[in-house]
Design a binder for this molecule. Structure first.
Ligand code: TRP
Length: 334
């Protein structure tokens, strides 16, 4: 608890171009959650180097992501928005936790298996211990809740196991975090293959709407979205492409899927698709304008980065000191 509020931690990587799916599925909810929780939202750049990155590009993307957090509506005086690499406690706690994590546990991580298959030329130790750094991120802030997608659930479960293991040995040191699974089905699928999640690493750029796509591009992608030959507007699993368009429209307009279906009843896909395009543009255009405005406020952004890194360090170092003491590191001489 901080100031009587429960603590929330989440992070995002600055790799790839963020999509509408990242926004509707995660970032938009972060803003809602920030009213209820004391939130720490990190740009997890240390995780990003488990895959080889172009340094200048990583730096640029990380800053853009941090600005995007703010443009989406996260107030940086109320939410701790910071770069993971600016706060040294993450690496320090991760080392200690690695000594409380078993090879067997890490071997079972499906993301490690997937990523090492995909990057067979660079299966480094950081890729293997990635989930322990994530555990450190979460446990340092004594987070109660962690909003994550389904693909990160296994890592969160590992985090809980590490926390419980440590607590069993040394007493109540860590809060054992819970996953926060969003209520609304804002899981956005590819526009070209609705059986797959809309992804920043999709090879087919028409499958994803990127947050920085211009209006014409957004409209074109929506109009080309894969649907079906039934020709009837309904919200059902048998029409996955259509269902996805209804989900996108609903998420952008704040309507329920049922309301959207009612709105388009008796109309064709040819009317729905441009309406989806307009709805997406009405969400993304203001976001893009705000990103552009903030990007110019260089000194202000720098001051946010500095102040929040200090705050993150202050909070997290309390946990780290406690842990260091428990495992037997000598007291600092001051
Ligand atoms: N691994 C997460 C992802 O790729 C990002 C992440 C890092 C994270 N640390 C975290 C998410 C802590 C939640 C909590 O999506």
């Amino acid at each position: 608890m901080i100031d009587g509020k429960k603590v929330l931690f989440s992070g995002m990587q600055a790799t790839g171009n963020l999509t509408l799916g990242n926004y509707l599925g995660a970032l938009k909810n972060w803003v809602t959650l920030s009213e209820e929780y004391e939130c720490f939202y990190s740009v997890v750049d240390m995780h990003s180097i488990t895959i080889r990155q172009d340094p200048a590009e990583l730096r640029r993307r990380a800053r853009n992501l941090l600005i995007l957090y703010m443009a989406a509506g996260l107030d940086p005086t109320k939410n701790c928005i910071y770069y993971q690499s600016h706060v040294s406690t993450h690496a320090e706690l991760a080392w200690i936790l690695k000594c409380f994590t078993y090879m067997g546990e890490l071997n079972r991580m499906t993301q490690f298996k997937d990523k090492s298959a995909k990057h067979a030329d660079n299966i480094n130790a950081g890729l293997f211990t990635y989930p322990v750094l994530m555990a450190a991120d979460i446990l340092l802030y004594q987070a109660d809740v962690v909003p994550v997608g389904i693909d990160q659930m296994q890592h969160l479960e590992l985090t809980r196991n590490i926390a419980e293991r440590f607590n069993n040995l040394y007493g109540d040191v860590f809060t054992v975090p819970e996953a926060y699974i969003g209520k609304v089905g804002a899981k956005i699928m590819s526009l070209q293959d609705p059986s797959k999640k809309m992804s920043k690493s999709d090879e087919n750029p028409n499958g994803s709407i990127y947050l920085m796509d211009d209006p014409d591009t957004i409209m074109r992608k929506c109009k080309r979205a894969v649907t079906d030959s039934e020709g009837v507007i309904a919200y059902r699993d048998e029409q996955p492409g259509l269902k996805n368009l209804i989900d996108i429209y609903s998420a952008c307009t704040g309507k329920t899927p049922q309301e959207t279906v009612a709105e388009f009843e008796g109309k064709g896909y040819g009317e729905l698709k441009p309406a989806v395009g307009e709805a997406v543009i009405s969400i993304l255009k203001p976001l893009q304008d705000e990103v552009a405005r903030l990007t110019k406020e260089k000194a202000y952004i720098d001051s946010v980065i500095k102040a929040n890194a200090e705050k993150a360090y202050y909070v997290s170092s309390k946990t780290l000191r406690k842990v260091q003491k428990k495992v037997g590191f000598p007291e600092r001489i001051r």
